[in-house]
Ligand binder design. Structure first.
Ligand SMILES: C[S@@+](CC[C@H](N)C(=O)[O-])C[C@H]1O[C@@H](n2cnc3c(N)ncnc32)[C@H](O)[C@@H]1O
Length: 220
């Protein structure tokens, strides 16, 4: 799958894209990510991408022409999404849905946001939560990282993804590793029993308990 990202700060993605599952997914050709610098599509030689708001008021607005020119420079933009607090909430389910697309394009806003007319060129709008970031880059990273983890073959043991929070509509079960005893707190004995059926039952029960305690809304 291919993810194109339009941003005025492409270097923010450099290290992010090289590391861990994301780096390996690209090496193994499961995923291709291209960051397009909106500034190179500015209409002047200064690379201006923002301007004062019509009607006055605080803050600068991202201009429509560089964003639309950047979009139109793509051979195949696929489905285009604007990252904005106004959008539908990004969830694990939406990540899975987006995975079925061959290509998606994410537009990162900055400043006070984008000129409203950019919205005529997008297929959807995505928010990563009810708070305001300074730019869409972190939101794009959240989306890319979540999707990369779900790509078949990206995580070496697919069972690890299957047991993740939200994959079965509930939260993950508690996990432990060595040492067996830490400051008097012992790992639950069932996990040392070697009885995998019993361990699965315990994990299921604990995952439900945790979901009831922390996110009972998931159970209704
Ligand atoms: C400072 S914000 C603009 C916020 C805008 N004035 C508002 O109140 O809705 C600049 C950019 O950050 C990105 N952004 C901020 N919060 C976001 C969120 N919760 N989800 C996705 N993108 C977000 C958007 O691309 C936005 O254009």
């Amino acid at each position: 799958m291919k993810i194109d990202v339009l941003s005025i700060f492409p270097d923010l993605f450099t290290v992010f894209l090289e590391r861990g599952i994301l780096g390996r997914a690209q090496e193994n050709k499961l995923l291709s990510v291209e960051i397009i610098d909106i500034r190179t599509f500015a209409t002047d030689s200064y690379g201006t991408v923002d301007d004062y708001p019509y009607g006055g008021g605080a803050g600068m607005i991202m201009k429509v022409e560089p964003i639309v020119s950047a979009l139109e420079s793509l051979d195949n933009s696929g489905k285009v999404f604007l990252l904005t607090p106004r959008g539908g909430l990004f969830t694990q389910a939406l990540a899975r849905e987006l995975l079925s697309k061959e290509t998606i394009t994410l537009i990162c806003g900055r400043y006070k946001g984008v000129d409203e007319r950019v919205r005529d060129f997008v297929d959807g709008e995505i928010s990563i939560g009810d708070y305001v970031l300074s730019g869409g880059e972190v939101a794009a990273m959240v989306i890319i990282e979540t999707m990369a983890r779900l790509l078949p073959g990206a995580v070496s043991d697919p069972a690890s993804v299957k047991g993740d929070s939200f994959e079965n509509g509930i939260l993950d079960a508690p996990n432990y590793t060595r040492p067996r005893v830490f400051r008097g707190k012992e790992v639950p004995s069932v996990l040392l029993s070697g009885d995998h059926k019993e361990i699965d039952r315990w994990r299921e029960k604990e995952a439900l308990k945790i979901t009831k305690k922390y996110r009972s809304d998931l159970l209704v």
